[in-house]
Each structure stands twice: as C-alpha cells, then as structure tokens.
Design a protein around this ligand. Structure first.
Ligand SMILES: [Zn+2]
Length: 79
C-alpha cells in the first residue's frame, strides 16, 4: 500500500486490487475532492477504508470493503 502526501494529511492511497488480476486501485483521501475515502489506522496498524471500494473496468467489477486489513467482497462483484 502506498500513501501519497505533500506536507499534510495523505492525499491518495494506492494498492494492488485484492482480486489478483494485478490492476491498481487509487483512492482519493483529500476531503476537498469527490469522491473521497477515509482511511483509518488502528493502534495495531490495521487499515480500514470507508466507504466501500468499487472499481469498474469493462465487464469487471471489484467491489469490496477493507475492514481492519481484511477484504470483504460485496456480492455484486464480478470477478
Ligand atoms: Zn480487481
């Protein structure tokens, strides 16, 4: 997982999609832009991202939740 910041709170988070197809997911964390995701780090270093991550590409849909560093796939994902 990569966090991009320029002297302030992180602006972007990027990581390889857990679907295993090898594409990247890039999420905006800057509250001044839409859509915005919120990344929270637990004291134990577990990552939670809200809301869910919904990646659409052609006929594929990667829709999942990241809660405490665990991936929960949404039922409408097409993998
Ligand atoms: Zn994917």
């Amino acid at each position: 997982m990569v966090l991009v910041a320029s002297g302030g709170p992180p602006k972007w988070v990027g990581f390889k999609c857990p679907c295993g197809k090898g594409h990247d997911v890039l999420l905006n964390l800057d509250q001044g832009r839409r859509p915005t995701w919120t990344l929270t780090l637990s004291p134990k270093g577990k990552i939670t991202i809200a809301p869910s991550i919904d990646y659409l590409d052609g006929g594929r849909r990667c829709h999942f939740f990241l809660r405490k560093s665990k991936i929960l796939w949404a039922k409408d994902s097409i993998r």
